[in-house]
Design a protein around this ligand. Structure first.
Ligand code: PMP
Length: 352
């Protein structure tokens, strides 16, 4: 008998590469190329306060988010990035023993949490053109989770289809992971359904549209009972999940809506331009509602482009996985970065 026999066996999630060299064009982890708002940058942090524990309820941030989204503070749960919020939600809600459902191609952390918590799961296949088919999620299950827009495909599931999944699963919790929803057309978010469905949890992040991946802020909105269940689990795990700087800077970010809207607008405009350029270069581009595109070249293998780009200091994300191993996921950077990408691609594709 050895302690090794009793170790929890996990195959961890592999995050995108974080190169040390800051001079590369880094388009592999869907970060925002623009810095946080000036309201965040100019906020003077009182370092003396760091000797004290933060507010365990992170009330300032919870209240700011509740105001912003016109919900009650008791409907808001905050955590250390949406990864933390999602991990808590899996632990809180997926305990029936029935398999939970998420798409075969989606956020690769879902199967990792499921394995970690020993939650059985099934992965209905996206259609050939990477659409979620709502009827696949109406069979008996222990819960449902999917990103909308989906990652890494960038495709948006229309709100009526999201509602079909939520309405068709009244006995389990449906988590809609809206990490990228701010880049989708207005009216796409499932937040508008929260009052109607007690089984709906919508998860958001400050890492993409709010340019604050380095601070680690995520949140969930749902009806009060759902949020209270998550709070109970959180307080059984770690009371002080949100540190003081995150709470303060998070509030400052929420207060600057104008900056938020203008940077999101810029990224959407760059995405539309870049998608057209890719098509001219012979790529198939999945219509994107996110801050990245998912594209496949008609003749040159994605893995080859990925490697050559990396050698040139341009980082894309490549998944060596069935069905998507000929696709590149490319984050939308600044106009200058994306112009450099287009000229790099033009160059290498010409040589093939
Ligand atoms: N959900 C999806 C679909 C994502 O792509 C990511 C980013 N890796 C996350 C959640 C987690 O983001 P964060 O923890 O930075 O909020």
């Amino acid at each position: 008998m050895s302690w090794k026999e009793n170790v929890r066996q996990v195959e961890p999630y592999t995050p995108g590469e974080q190169p040390k060299d800051q001079n590369v064009i880094k388009l592999n982890t869907n970060e925002n190329p623009y810095g946080p708002s000036d309201k965040v940058k100019n906020y003077a942090l009182d370092f003396d306060l760091l000797r004290k524990y933060p507010d365990p309820a992170a009330s300032d941030l919870v209240n700011a988010l509740a105001d912003y989204h016109h919900v009650d503070p008791a409907q808001v749960f905050v955590g250390v990035g949406s990864d933390d919020v999602l991990a808590m939600a899996f632990l809180t809600f997926f305990n029936s023993g029935h398999p939970i459902l998420f798409p075969d191609i989606s956020y690769s952390f879902y199967p990792v949490w499921a394995e970690l918590y020993k939650i059985p799961f099934k992965t209905p296949a996206l259609t050939e053109d990477f659409r979620i088919e709502p009827s696949d999620y109406l069979a008996e299950n222990g819960g449902v989770v999917f990103p909308n827009p989906n990652a890494p495909t960038a495709r948006l599931l229309p709100l009526d289809a999201v509602e079909k999944i939520v309405a068709g699963n009244p006995d389990v919790v449906v988590i809609v992971d809206e990490a990228y929803i701010d880049f989708a057309p207005e009216g796409s978010s499932a937040l508008s359904l929260v009052d109607k469905y007690e089984n709906l949890l919508v998860v958001r992040t400050f890492s993409k549209s709010r340019s604050m991946a380095g601070l680690r802020i995520g949140y969930a909105i749902g009806q009060k009972d759902l949020i209270a269940c998550m709070q109970a689990v959180k307080y059984s795990f770690n009371s002080y999940t949100m540190n003081r700087p995150s709470i303060l800077y998070g509030c400052a970010s929420v207060a600057d809506d104008e900056y938020f809207r203008s940077t999101v607008g810029k990224i959407v405009a760059t995405r539309e331009w870049f998608s057209e350029e890719l098509k001219k270069l012979g790529f198939l581009v999945i219509p994107s509602a996110a801050n990245f595109v998912f594209a496949s070249h008609s003749t040159v293998p994605a893995e080859e482009i990925f490697r050559e780009a990396r050698d040139h200091g341009i980082f894309f994300r490549y998944f060596k996985q069935p069905r998507i191993d000929n696709y590149l996921r490319i984050t939308i950077g600044t106009d200058e970065e994306m112009k450099a990408v287009v000229s790099f691609l033009l160059d290498i594709l010409h040589k093939k």
